[in-house]
Write a protein that binds this ligand. Sequence first.
Ligand code: RIB
Length: 309
Amino acid sequence: MAQSSDTILVFGSLNVDLVTQVRSIARPGETVLAASYETLCGGKGANQAVAAARVSAPGRVAMAGRVGADGFGRICLDNLAANGVDIGHVMQAAEPTGCAFISVDARGENAITVASGANAAVSAADAPLAPTGATLILQMEVPLAASLAAARQIREAGGRVVWNLAPVPHELDREALRLLLAAADILVVNEHEAVAAATCLGNPEAGLEAAGSLLATTGHVTCVVTAGAKGAIAFHPDGSRIDAAAAAIEPVDTTGAGDTFVGILAASLADGMDWPAALARACKGASLACLAHGAQTSMPTADALLQRG
Ligand code: RIB
């Protein structure tokens, strides 16, 4: 891992995504036919690492997590390395590599089922020591106890923790959310996750904005709520907020847009960019990431972000 304070460490999931294009996503009890499927690289953690690496100087992004001793694991590792991500802290598990089954419909919306496999074997001991002042990116596809341990370690070393509450677990309870908020500096949620978290805090009626503000003030974190085509809002714990717009696009596939947002936001802040610029850059990147099939396929580089207006 690079030994500088602008190091970005992603601790989380690696998956292979098996992706089909369907006219409409199968409802319970229904079978739908697709012409074919693609084998692509995914996992929220690995996607966020690739998104951050595409907009960062070489050698700044490292990934930690687990894959199985199988062909899917090799695909994940080769892909991360090809994207300039340090894979020295990705361990091997006895379980198979994580695999996501993804259907994308004609409007670019998706339905995803993840078989966790090796991701579920990630433990606190897998979190490497990062340099002082590093940025840690976390999600919810590896065990919470492992992520909490990694977060505490980074914060003790003066670093910043960016926690993406995706996918929000059905069993998320108030105590788990309290621990998570106490260990994070920045919480990133989509509308659904914001409302689920507010419900957990006893406010089931909160809409997007009330939920974002509640999470920020309760947790003393900056809570960023992403709202797809409507852009994103950052709620700071002092009660102030920053709004950013999404780019106007016709989405082909929204898979990985949230991961792109998280990776670019974290990398931009780690680069010293101010909040309004970092939020706007992350929104734009997430929009551009919806222009092709697959989670990582159209994640932009720093140059692409500059060129696209
Ligand atoms: O956010 C998209 C990702 O969710 C996919 O790549 C899939 O692997 C699941 O983890």
